[in-house]
Design a protein. Structure first.
Length: 444
């Protein structure tokens, strides 16, 4: 069936282009031909049987594109699925091109609305080329103009990120971007002011993102005059309402980088107490770590763990706690937390690297510091370093793992020493001590 779908998809590219001006509502002008075709493909589509749905979907798309918008929405889903599964670059690009034909056909036959414009813009940014960015930006602008105060939070965030990315291009000036910030912030604030808003948290999150983007790109915090102005404005607001969450969040975002460290810590503490989350906990914990207040950092990370649901962030938090215990020279707890980080994210190579480092550092703990008992801790350490290299994804961590292997290979026992212990190279061996892990015998 996959081969059939591929053939249909290729045919559709050509046929869809030929029929570009066709916005007929019914197949051959007959609703009795159109409704069954639509119903047949929809039944297959709803069951996820895209290969079976495709022939009748194509029939409706080509011959009755004016029938319903749903035809195009379904087409976007099916072609997105094909794009994500495609392994051949040429085939994948054909699917991408067809996806945008579907978007353009929907706009031609059903007009521009916030859904199709927003979706097309996001997919242009995801699958398109750099030359498609201006088109994506214009589509997002139209979406925001259509929706007004009800603008979708994600579209607001994406638009402003792209806008900043395009500064200096196509006439986009700093003044324009600053004015857009004020416009978008006004929309966000209106939605945050409504406690019954179903997307309240999303608007709050986007406000933080926009404030960060604005502060990073347009407030010159290296300029004392700019900083003095920011502090005068925002610390006055803070002092007038020091326990209001939104006020604290705004003041922290706007003055971050200007305020002295004591003020930053005070604001972060309040934010983390009033609305504990991953971002605030990690930022505050980083300050504690710099001051070697490891126990205080661990408490913050654990509090964030209790509320976090995202597996990647859970992995990161466990890794941070593991690293704190490593800094405190509590190797067993550090290893346990690093392994928990791997449970949440099996590709967290920093956690593998940390475990390898713990084992590498255990020579004096598991032996006199030299000789066989201190050498064999390298065996499981190398296992974890090799896992880091195998998974990859972070060039710096991989380079560190390779360097450790290169530097410490000379400290492995010789083949003669292994044979004297009645062991065989590559054979299984369980390293005792606190490590208590099965590995394989390795020599220089």
């Amino acid at each position: 069936m996959k081969k059939i779908f591929l053939v249909f998809g290729t045919l559709f590219l050509a046929f869809g282009t030929m029929q570009a001006q066709n916005c007929n509502r019914y197949i051959d002008g007959d609703s009795l031909k159109t409704t069954p075709a639509y119903s047949i493909y929809r039944e297959f589509f709803k069951k996820g049987l895209y290969d079976d749905a495709f022939p009748q979907w194509r029939n409706v798309y080509n011959n009755a594109p004016g029938f319903r918008k749903q035809t195009f929405m379904d087409g976007v889903i099916m072609y997105t699925s094909l794009i994500q599964k495609a392994t051949d670059k040429t085939v994948r690009q054909n699917y991408i091109d067809t996806l945008f034909l579907v978007y353009n056909k929907q706009i031609q036959c059903h007009g521009e609305d916030e859904y199709v414009l927003g979706k097309k813009a996001i997919d242009l940014l995801k699958y398109g080329k750099n030359t498609d960015i201006p088109e994506a930006l214009k589509a997002l602008e139209k979406t925001l103009a259509i929706t007004g105060d009800k603008a979708f939070p994600y579209y607001i965030q994406t638009y402003y990120k792209v806008l900043i990315n395009q500064l200096g291009k196509d006439g986009i000036t700093t003044e324009f971007a600053v004015n857009k910030y004020d416009e978008l912030t006004a929309i966000i604030d209106k939605n945050i002011a409504n406690p019954a808003n179903k997307q309240l948290q999303a608007y709050k999150d986007v406000k933080v993102v926009l404030d960060d983007l604005y502060t990073t790109n347009f407030a010159d915090k290296s300029d004392p005059a700019d900083c003095a102005k920011l502090l005068e404005i925002y610390l006055k607001k803070y002092n007038a309402n020091p326990n209001d969450l939104e006020t604290i969040r705004t003041v922290y975002t706007k003055t971050k980088g200007c305020a002295d460290s004591a003020t930053n810590v005070e604001l972060l503490k309040k934010l983390n107490n009033l609305a504990p989350n991953y971002t605030y906990a990690t930022r505050l914990a980083n300050i504690y770590v710099k001051n070697k207040l490891f126990d205080s950092a661990i408490v913050l990370y654990k509090n964030a763990l209790a509320k976090e649901t995202d597996s990647i962030k859970l992995s990161d938090l466990n890794y941070y706690i593991a690293f704190m215990h490593y800094a405190k020279e509590d190797f067993p707890t550090s290893r346990d937390m690093a392994k928990q980080a791997i449970v949440y994210n099996p590709k967290n190579i920093r956690a593998y690297n940390l475990i390898a480092t713990l084992y590498l550092s255990s020579g004096p703990l598991c032996g006199p510091g030299t000789g066989f008992q201190s050498q064999i801790v390298l065996w499981p350490a190398f296992d974890y370093f090799n896992k880091v290299i195998e998974i990859g994804g972070d060039d710096d961590v991989v380079a560190e793992a390779k360097k450790y292997i290169d530097d410490y290979t000379k400290y492995l026992p010789t083949k003669a020493e292994v044979v004297a212990k009645k062991l065989s190279v590559g054979g299984p061996y369980t390293v005792k001590c606190w490590i208590n892990e099965e590995t394989t015998v390795k020599v220089k």
